[in-house]
Design a protein around this ligand. Structure first.
Ligand code: 5IU
Length: 282
């Protein structure tokens, strides 16, 4: 049957990739298919948001290179929060170079992403060598990689034969490192046939309940459109959750802003889970 008819728990049980299996198990345990994208530029805010939404998420998404005061203490504290609240970490690095280079970018530099991030992602633009390169670092550590099959922004070139090439690359991946996609729809079943070959997890950004987009091409859909109508597995929400922290009032009264962040986390968690329950067969 279609992957969209199956429970997260049943999918976890037959998931070969360790990171994807942990993610599916965590989703089931916490009844949350919410990933919060914490796109803030200092350690304190990043950790405060993670601590506030931690109980309500399965996954925290980072852009670690935007944190001005990044150091390994941030990684240690983030890892401690992931254990305290039971969530995984996804560094949204969007690797896009040749295999040899991405293997170095993934393992080394100041960020040492592979050492702490359970899941990362990559463009297929350079060809399948990018998977070989990343897998050489990530697979021994039990990490997972998502291919960027579709993007949420207006005018994205990730469509048609490019999207299908990502699906083929994921289905044909022999390293076991590719465990799914960033996509806007159930791309592994785009031909209308159930994907019975290999469970692939679909994480979807561009999710918001209150606004339709931003001034730079972002486009939002609701959790129900993403999970129930489009058959994706995890909603990724950024400003919809942490936005109150960025306002002048939020900067004035941080405690009140963090309380609002927590409240929005609960709201998106509930919306995402309801949409999942509504898509399961009677
Ligand atoms: N993101 C997208 N769209 C994409 C991909 C990644 O929005 O297609 I791939 C990232 C960018 C940002 C987060 O880190 O997801 C969405 O944040 P907002 O919910 O604040 O728009």
């Amino acid at each position: 049957s279609s992957i969209t008819q199956q429970t997260y728990a049943s999918r976890a049980a037959r998931q070969p990739n360790a990171a994807a299996r942990q993610l599916l198990e965590c989703i089931e345990r916490k009844q949350s298919n919410l990933c919060v994208s914490v796109d803030v530029t200092n350690k304190r805010d990043l950790l405060d948001v993670c601590d506030a939404v931690g109980p309500d998420v399965c996954l925290i998404k980072t852009h670690i290179d935007i944190v001005s005061d990044f150091d390994m203490d941030l990684v240690e504290q983030l890892t401690a929060l992931s254990k305290k609240h039971d969530f995984l970490i996804f560094e949204d690095r969007k690797f896009a170079d040749i295999g040899n280079t991405v293997s170095l970018q993934y393992s080394s530099g100041v960020h040492r992403i592979a050492s702490w991030s359970h899941i990362t992602n990559a463009h297929l633009v350079p060809g399948p060598g990018i998977i070989t390169g990343l897998a050489s670092v990530g697979q021994p550590l039990g990490r997972g990689c998502l291919l960027l099959a579709e993007m949420s922004s207006a005018g994205a070139l990730t469509k048609g034969s490019y999207t299908q090439a990502c699906v083929e690359a994921a289905k044909n991946d022999t390293t076991g490192f590719v465990c799914g996609f960033i996509a806007m729809s159930r791309v592994d079943e785009a031909d209308g046939q159930p994907n019975t070959a290999k469970d692939l997890v679909i994480l979807t950004p561009g999710v918001g309940l209150d606004v339709k987009g931003d001034a730079m091409g972002q486009q939002y859909r609701t959790p129900d459109q993403v999970i129930r109508e489009s058959g994706c597995d995890v909603i990724i929400v950024g400003r919809g959750v942490y936005g109150s922290l960025m306002t002048p009032e939020g900067k004035q009264d941080k405690q009140a802003a963090i309380a609002k962040v927590r409240e929005q986390g609960r709201r998106y968690k509930q919306a995402g889970w309801n949409a999942y329950l509504a898509r399961l067969p009677g």
